[in-house]
Design a protein around this ligand. Structure first.
Ligand code: SF4
Length: 94
């Protein structure tokens, strides 16, 4: 069973190089048209996440910490955090 308070101990990426999960540089992102998942490095990182038992905790921590890069099987950027915050504001105002 996975300990929710120590999710990083069960991370599938613990034996992967951490650079794999970093946000794309401007040079890497050039020409992708926002489709970050098409970059080979990001695809490789996302494959590591596919069978990770702590995806939900990882994603939650990344959203809370406004992290960028591959977390919880998703690519997060400053723009994705901004969109999520805007959506939350709209939902709260409605
Ligand atoms: S979801 Fe991906 S980035 Fe998060 S702990 Fe698992 S393998 Fe690592």
């Amino acid at each position: 069973m996975t300990d929710p308070t120590n999710w990083q101990a069960n991370a599938a990426c613990s034996r992967s190089h951490p650079d794999l999960f970093l946000p794309l540089t401007a040079k890497e992102a050039h020409g992708l048209g926002g489709n970050t998942h098409l970059h080979p490095r990001i695809r490789e990182a996302m494959w590591v996440c596919v069978d990770c038992p702590v995806r939900a905790a990882c994603l939650e921590a990344a959203i809370e910490g406004r992290e960028a890069g591959v977390w919880g099987g998703r690519y997060l950027s400053a723009a994705s955090h901004w969109k999520a915050a805007s959506k939350k504001r709209r939902e709260t105002a409605a």
